[in-house]
Write a protein that binds this ligand. Structure first.
Ligand code: TYM
Length: 334
């Protein structure tokens, strides 16, 4: 708790172009629940170097992502929006937590297995210990709540295990965080293969809606979305393409799957796809406009970066000092 409010932490990587999955599974929820918590929203740039990045491009993407957080509706006066690399406490706590995490636990992480398979020429130690850095992110701010999509649940479970292990040795040091999954949109699937998650790194550009896609591209991608030959709009696992489109529609409108099915059940797939596409266009348009406007205001964004890094550092240091004391590091002489 901070100032009588529960604490929320979440983060996103600045690699690739953000997709509608990132928005509906994470960012949109962040904005919806921000007022109920004291929040820390990080651009987790340290996570991104587990895969090689072009420095100039990477720096630009990180800034774009930070700007996008604000464009999506997070007020940086109320929400601590900052770069992970500006708070050294993340790396420091990650080291400590590395010593409380077992190889066997990290070996079980499905994201590690997937990424190792994808980047077979660069299976670095950072890729392996990535979930420990993620645990440090969360525990550093004593977060009660962590809004994420389903793909991050395994990492969150590990974070809870590490925190409990640490607490069982040293007393109540860390708050044990809970995941927050949105009512809909927690797993948006590829438009070209609805058995796969919609992902920034998909090679097929028609598989993902990118947040900066123009309206024509969005509509075109929805029109091409892979469905089935049932010719009947139902919300069920046997029709994963249609189910995904209904999920997207519900996450955008706040409607339930039942309500959405009633609305479209007497129509054809073509009209349904178009309606979903138009809904997505109308959700992304204000975000894109605000983003363009903010991007022009360099001084304002710089000020946000500076002020919030200081704020994040302040809270991070508090936890870190507590941890150092508990594990027996020597006291600092002032
Ligand atoms: P990242 O950058 O891959 O994704 C950011 C957020 O978007 C969600 N997401 C999705 N949700 C629904 N459908 C999809 N297709 C989809 N794709 C992505 C993710 O679940 C995530 O919430 N390791 C994290 C970043 C991170 C983090 C943290 C998150 C680092 N430290 C601490 C929470 C707390 C990641 O790579 O997310």
């Amino acid at each position: 708790m901070l100032n009588g409010e529960k604490i929320l932490f979440s983060g996103m990587q600045a690699t690739g172009n953000l997709t509608l999955g990132n928005y509906l599974g994470a960012l949109k929820n962040w904005v919806q629940i921000a007022d109920e918590y004291t929040t820390f929203y990080s651009v987790v740039d340290m996570h991104s170097i587990t895969v090689r990045q072009d420095p100039a491009e990477f720096r630009k993407r990180a800034r774009n992502l930070l700007t996008l957080y604000i464009a999506a509706g997070l007020d940086p006066e109320k929400n601590c929006i900052y770069y992970q690399s500006h708070v050294s406490g993340h790396a420091e706590l990650a080291w400590v937590l590395n010593c409380f995490t077992y190889m066997g636990e990290l070996n079980r992480m499905t994201q590690f297995k997937d990424k190792a398979a994808k980047h077979a020429d660069n299976i670095n130690a950072g890729l392996f210990t990535y979930p420990v850095l993620m645990a440090a992110d969360i525990l550093l701010y004593q977060a009660d709540v962590v809004p994420v999509g389903i793909d991050q649940m395994q990492h969150l479970e590990l974070c809870r295990d590490i925190a409990q292990r640490f607490n069982s040795i040293y007393g109540d040091v860390f708050t044990i965080p809970e995941a927050y999954l949105g009512k809909s949109g927690a797993k948006i699937m590829s438009l070209q293969d609805p058995s796969k998650k919609m992902s920034k790194s998909d090679e097929n550009v028609n598989a993902s809606i990118y947040l900066m896609d123009d309206p024509d591209s969005i509509i075109r991608k929805f029109k091409r979305a892979v469905t089935d030959s049932e010719a009947h709009i139902c919300y069920r696992d046997e029709q994963p393409g249609i189910k995904n489109l209904l999920d997207i529609y519900c996450a955008c409108t706040g409607k339930t799957p039942d309500e959405a099915v009633k609305e479209f059940e007497n129509g054809g797939y073509g009209d349904f796809k178009l309606a979903v596409g138009e809904t997505v266009v109308s959700v992304l348009r204000p975000l894109q406009e605000k983003y363009q406007e903010l991007s022009k205001n360099k001084d304002y964004i710089d000020q946000v970066i500076k002020n919030n890094a200081e704020k994040a550092n302040y809270y991070a240091t508090k936890t870190l000092r507590k941890v150092h004391k508990k594990i027996g590091f020597p006291e600092r002489i002032r």
